[in-house]
Write a protein that binds this ligand. Structure first.
Ligand code: MG
Length: 337
């Protein structure tokens, strides 16, 4: 295989604010693996919270250039295992390579990845549309820019979270999910859960900081709404720690290191009786197309990342009012414009 690394700046349509930070431009790394004229693409965005920069991701990928360029791709899972010892400190870099390997694998075999996994594109969960934190009237306007979606995911973690949800509820009957990104205490979460349930909120994502395991047990017992982990569930070994603390997990391909470990996490969460969601960062259609392959396995999905950016450098999945249309094209369906 031949390796190329691309760097893109993705300006966001709106400044994207969550409980701990705001971003206006998302930097992203897109990796290209080429073999016999077929090109596979994978992606990882930079991320302050998890500490991954373009430079450290590119350096990690360069460490395995020799392994990749002497490799003929037959099985992306075997490649993931081979590279993991050298990439385990940089799951974002491994994610980009694993997505690209899956895309290339499907393109070489002439089949979408989900079909090679034995899955069918039916009964797919709709994706939510995410509304970042802002003044309340701006949040209402952001929702109205994407009207008639079945589900909105509302970022919270402000001093007036319930006012935000009440204001949005006046303008839609859609399902709401809320994500506090570690911004609440246990008492606040339990108190808010009763009010949010009346406002037709489906679940609460990551209310507490990631290390507050004991407090999460109290939330799990006393919350009026189901709770889902995100920052508390990063890699495969975190899944079992979510039992009796969360009703579901939100897997992100970059956090865990790609599609290969994500599929194992889905199996493990199912075996432990938890719901499974896959979420996105603000990535382009390359990363979103990779998430799409997992859709038949999921209860919930948050894959609106490419809709939040102004200049998507790629094409892949088509999303209309939250309904996801998986491409019939081989691989993940991702292509650079
Ligand atoms: Mg989240």
């Amino acid at each position: 295989m031949q390796l190329k690394i691309h760097e893109f700046d993705l300006p966001l349509a709106h400044t994207f604010t969550i409980s701990r930070e705001s971003i206006t431009v998302q930097k992203t790394l897109i990796v290209e693996l080429e073999e016999d004229g077929y090109r596979g693409y994978g992606e990882a965005t930079t991320n302050n919270y998890y500490g991954f920069t373009f430079e450290n991701m590119a350096a990690a990928i360069e460490r395995v250039r020799g392994d990749l360029e002497s490799h003929t791709l037959e099985d992306p899972v075997a490649l993931w295992q081979q590279l993991h010892p050298k990439l385990k400190d940089n799951p974002f870099a491994q994610c980009a390579l694993d997505q690209a390997a899956h895309d290339l694998w499907g393109k070489k075999l002439g089949q979408p990845v989900y079909r090679l996994w034995g899955l069918e594109a039916k009964n797919l969960p709709p994706t939510d549309y995410t509304i970042g934190i802002d003044e309340i009237d701006v949040m209402v306007a952001k929702m109205q820019e994407f009207p008639d979606w079945p589900i909105y995911k509302i970022k919270l973690g402000t001093a007036h979270d319930l006012d935000i949800v009440r204001a949005l509820r006046k303008h839609t009957t859609a399902i709401f999910r809320v994500d506090a990104n570690c911004g609440w205490s246990a008492e606040e979460t339990i108190r808010n859960s009763h009010e949010l349930k009346k406002l037709n909120v489906e679940f609460i994502e990551q209310p507490l900081p990631a290390d507050q395991n004991d407090a999460m047990e109290q939330v799990y017992r006393d919350s009026a709404l189901p709770v889902s982990s995100d920052e508390s569930c990063i890699v495969e070994s975190d899944v079992h720690r979510c039992v009796n603390r969360f009703h579901g997990i939100n897997i992100k391909l970059m956090k865990c290191g790609g599609l290969t470990p994500a599929r194992r996490m889905i199996d493990r969460a199912r075996a432990l009786g938890m719901k499974v969601m896959v979420g996105c960062m603000t990535e382009s259609s390359v990363g979103i197309a990779a998430i799409g392959q997992l859709l038949p396995l999921l209860d919930y999905v948050d894959m609106d990342g490419a809709l939040l950016i102004r200049n998507d450098p790629a094409t892949g999945v088509c999303i209309e009012y939250g309904q996801v249309h998986l491409p019939q094209s081989p691989g993940t369906g991702a292509a650079l414009r």
